[in-house]
Design a protein around this ligand. Sequence first.
Ligand code: CP3
Length: 365
Amino acid sequence: MNDLLLRALRREAVDRPPVWMMRQAGRYLPEYRAVRAKSDFLTMCRTPELAVEVTLQPIDLVGVDAAIIFSDILVVPEAMGMHLTLDEGVGPQFSSPIRSRADLTRLTPVEPREQLAYMLDALRMARRALNGRVPLIGFAGAPWTLAAYMVEGKGTKQFAVAKKMLFEQPALAHALLDQLATAVGDFLVAQVEAGAQVVQLFESWAGALGPEEFRTFALPYLAKAAQRAREAGVPVIVFAPGGGWALSEIAAATHADAIGVDWHTTPQEARRLTDPFRVALQGNLDPCTLYAPVEEIRRRTHTMIEAFGPVGHVANLGHGILPDMKPDHARAFIDAVKEWQWTDERLAAAHGTAAPAGPQLAGVP
Ligand code: CP3
């Protein structure tokens, strides 16, 4: 039983950080593309056997220390009655975006055990199939990020339509965000009941907002969803790329067990903003590092681990792995983390003398 991730999230002493990659079940793996060739993406999400098959692939193929359930953040708006399409080369789209009060009243409340039963089934099956090999991570999009998609109707670089709503119709925006915070919180609780051992909230469009709008429209709803999820009793990770400046505010407002760090923020700066014994940090190698030769990947991975230090670190990329990256290079990143060993002296110095003895031996074959 590899429980390194759970121990690192509890800020316990571990002799190396656990490692996984955002988007680890995805198109960079030929084995994923083989499954995908036979079904479209949304069918894969809705078919637990297929979702579980690709969820497990990176455990066997690249050796990560955690599984993240295969699904998408946009299943929540879909469960609220929005029509989602995902066409090749176009990306995710909603046919009737939310622009008015009338649009908002069309949204149905989410009962995760009904509309999202397929994802809960996939979690139950994945948990059984993993049989304790590594912990299973569930996830959801955070309210602002989902609202931005629902208002825009598609991905965008500027988020001008969604931001226009914040300034022109703030009461409407707050109503939508509050409905989403409830739906997302309930969904994460249901995921934990179905077997998720950790949950991650993706506030992927945090970077679209300046500090005042982030504090008004993103943070309170992110906090509401995260706190609800935390009551379910598992560690919560909050990832808000572009929100490096707000790390300490995010930690304080959400009570998250870990905060994701993107590659714009240095580990040193992230550490300066947070207390390692109160909140773990996850990240933050620039995914494009995986285009470098393997020796360079190894060197930069070790530099990153050293910079985060021995307490409360989950090694990951600073954002998702890209479809054209080589599986061998992903493996080089994972192997570089796995060969790391904190010395007893470093662990003792960081945790106090009593801490390292027990956990250091546990889980090492
Ligand atoms: O991390 C994992 O391996 C778990 C599964 C996962 C997916 N999407 C699978 C997926 C997770 C956690 C997501 C989250 C997600 N989805 C985000 C937040 C991501 C972040 O890094 O901050 C966003 C913004 C979405 C919405 C979405 N879904 C986009 C923008 C796309 C890509 C469209 C494209 O064609 O590039 C998707 C589709 C998607 N989600 C794919 C995968 C593996 C590719 C689908 C395919 O096989 O065609």
